[in-house]
Design a binder for this molecule. Structure first.
Ligand code: SF4
Length: 359
């Protein structure tokens, strides 16, 4: 079905008008008004997004919902489980394309790494998704449904479900800001799913004008900046967006927001021989001091054709110590998760891209 002829989906509409959407839909289908309340209860309080599970509704109504307003925008094609408990999901969208989400358990938390685009135009050289280029933006319904599907699958196994959401999957979220912002509204608004915005992190390589918009529209959402180098020449070569929104502009916007309650983190993938010198460590410390950010050092996840190797524990320790020596804020090094299931963003889809359906 082409996008133009696809029926309206509830999660593409603003959640603040949820009741009106449902009432209007019931009127259009000549249903009594109380049905709208029943659907709302199933969806929001029961987190039942599959109409087939809304068993207090008549069969015909469930059928109508599942082919229209609440049709499933994705189906689970693969679910791979790592020995460390990480679960990777590959979903197939209505047009046949694939995306992935990763659920990462830590103690009593379940962090969902969510995708915002099919592919990515940012082209970071160390990223599997970056090698795919951009195919299309995801709709809000496809973003919200990743969360609902992963939450349902993990709670069904007695796990804690999704307690944190990070927009660090496929795509640059701020290149698809309208749909990402709408999805955040669904997650966090009082009319939507009431998920705390402080448990949502949006990661960006530095789309400066959109950072300002995000901060204004979602003041409690956390921000993760994918920096990877604070030296212009190095950053130009591994994060090409730096040639459009450079480190000065990025530092400026982060200085502007350092005073609010938002927690900013700087993400830094260590690439031996590229961005792990003492000079790089000092530049990183200096940059982080401008915005008081937490620094998170990340392992590189190798993928086929990648021109980098992963740093060993000693190299990570040395770099971390050098940054910390020059910075009063916190610096942590994250360990790899899900390596045995193609854990890095985009790797699974790179192997199974799917095909776009015609018409
Ligand atoms: Fe895109 Fe993020 Fe990969 Fe960069 S790291 S290419 S922004 S998905």
């Amino acid at each position: 079905m082409s996008e133009s002829s696809a029926p309206e989906h509830l999660f593409d509409l603003p959640p603040e008008y949820l009741d009106q959407h449902l009432e209007r839909w019931c009127q259009h289908h000549e249903l009594p008004g109380y049905r709208a309340k029943q659907v709302r209860q199933h969806l929001i309080e029961g987190r039942k997004y599959d109409p087939e599970e809304m068993t207090s509704l008549p069969e015909a109504l469930r059928q109508d919902l599942s082919t229209g307003l609440l049709r499933s925008p994705l189906i689970t094609a693969e679910q791979l489980r790592s020995s460390d408990g990480t679960i990777k999901f590959r979903f197939i969208l209505e047009d046949g394309l694939s995306i992935e989400s990763v659920w990462i358990p830590t103690e009593d938390r379940g962090t969902l790494c969510i995708s915002s685009q099919v592919g990515c135009a940012a082209g970071c050289t160390f990223c599997a998704t970056g090698t795919m280029k951009l195919t299309r933006n995801l709709h809000s319904r496809e973003i919200v449904s990743q969360w609902l599907a992963v939450h349902a699958a993990t709670t069904a196994e007695g796990l804690c479900g999704v307690t944190q959401v990070v927009f660090m999957g496929m795509g640059e979220p701020l290149h698809n800001y309208p749909a990402v912002s709408r999805a955040i509204d669904w997650f966090s608004s009082a009319q939507g799913f009431h998920f705390s915005p402080r448990r949502i992190t949006v990661s960006t390589v530095g789309v400066v004008p959109r950072i300002r918009e995000l901060v204004k529209d979602h003041p409690q959402v956390r921000l993760a900046v994918s920096l990877h180098s604070a030296i212009p020449e190095t950053r130009d070569s591994i994060v090409p967006i730096n040639t459009r929104h450079d480190l000065d502009q990025l530092g400026e916007v982060l200085e502007e927001i350092r005073g609010d309650s938002r927690r900013i983190s700087i993400e830094y993938v260590l690439l031996p021989g590229i961005n792990d010198s003492d000079e790089e460590a000092k530049a990183l410390a200096l940059f982080a001091a401008r915005c008081g950010a937490h620094i998170n050092l990340l392992p590189f996840h190798p993928f086929e054709g990648a021109p980098y190797t992963a740093a060993g524990a000693a190299e990570v320790g040395r770099f971390q110590a050098m940054v910390q020596k020059n910075y009063e804020g916190s610096v942590t090094a994250r360990r790899s998760r899900g390596l045995d299931i193609d854990g890095a963003c985009g790797q699974l889809v790179l192997k199974n891209p799917g095909t776009t359906k015609k018409g």
